[in-house]
Write a protein that binds this ligand. Structure first.
Ligand SMILES: C[S@@+](CC[C@H](N)C(=O)[O-])C[C@H]1O[C@@H](n2cnc3c(N)ncnc32)[C@H](O)[C@@H]1O
Length: 260
């Protein structure tokens, strides 16, 4: 049972979190529990940009690509090291300007014939293509169409499935589903799913928080087994005034097609 002191502290933390949400120090933090992304967008601070399809963000990604990897990338590297083969087609959903392609190559030996396809929003696709051309990297290609994942051996998504909310439905439409699905850095909770609003610095965006069991089951139902899972406790996940969502945490999951 939580004491009065604990509850008071939690309440004060919620007030602080709520007040700093629209400011610079509210970066990456959440506010509000909503049923739909539209409701979350309606609650965003006025005159601020919404969503990811913005040129200014592409500029930020150049800096991130130069920064290198985070500790949360190691499980991805561990599995990719085992899975990459000659001629592998890898589909990187939300891989911005090719950040993972550039930062992971320090740790992985890319096999010959590797095709790394980044699926992004149109503005980021254009920035990524320019950058790849400057770097003369022909293994890296870009698309804004999820359907291009058809026939890829590895599907990866790092920090991105929470912005679409329809991964299982989108995967189900593919004729040739990926043999391996590597998901990293997205929020799962133990209770009911919800949508919240995130401060992304230059922009604000709605985020889907999935119920862990339902999310995992939605992928298993497509003919996969869950091979590995990990947590990223480093990501701030509290939603002010909603202590019931304290189970919310960033996760990584690796699924393998049963028939592969
Ligand atoms: C938080 S960033 C993660 C970037 C990177 N993968 C990482 O782990 O650092 C989310 C990315 O998802 C992309 N994204 C959001 N909605 C998308 C969509 N509908 N289709 C493709 N990419 C999308 C954004 O443009 C952005 O690059």
């Amino acid at each position: 049972m939580t004491s009065l002191l604990d509850r008071s502290q939690l309440f004060l933390r919620s007030i602080l979190g709520y007040l700093r949400f629209p400011t610079q120090s509210g970066y990456a933090r959440y506010r509000g529990i909503f049923r739909t992304p539209e409701q979350a967008i309606a609650a965003a601070p006025k005159n601020r940009k919404i969503g990811y399809n913005h040129e200014e963000l592409a500029q930020e990604y150049h800096e991130q690509a130069a920064e290198g990897i985070g500790f949360y990338d190691y499980p991805m590297l561990f599995w990719m090291q085992k899975l990459l083969r000659e001629g592998t087609v890898l589909f990187d959903f939300g891989g911005n300007i090719g950040t993972h392609f550039y930062t992971y190559e320090k740790y992985l030996t890319y096999p010959s014939g590797l095709q790394w396809i980044v699926c992004e929003l149109p503005t980021i696709v254009a920035a990524g293509e320019d950058f790849a051309q400057q770097k003369k990297r022909s293994q890296l290609r870009f698309t804004d169409q999820f359907e291009k994942a058809d026939g890829a051996a590895i599907f990866m998504a790092s920090g991105s499935v929470q912005y679409v909310g329809s991964l299982a439905t989108d995967l189900a439409k593919l004729q040739r589903k990926p043999a391996h699905i590597l998901l990293n850095r997205f929020p799962l909770c133990e209770g009911n799913p919800f949508v919240t609003l995130q401060n992304g610095g230059l922009v604000f965006y709605p985020v889907y928080v999935f119920a862990k069991r339902d999310f995992v089951n939605s992928i298993l139902a497509l003919g996969y087994e869950l091979v590995d899972q990990w947590k990223d406790p480093g990501e701030p996940c509290a939603v002010p005034f909603h202590p019931e969502f304290k189970s919310l945490m960033f996760h990584g999951l690796y699924f393998k097609a049963i028939d592969s």
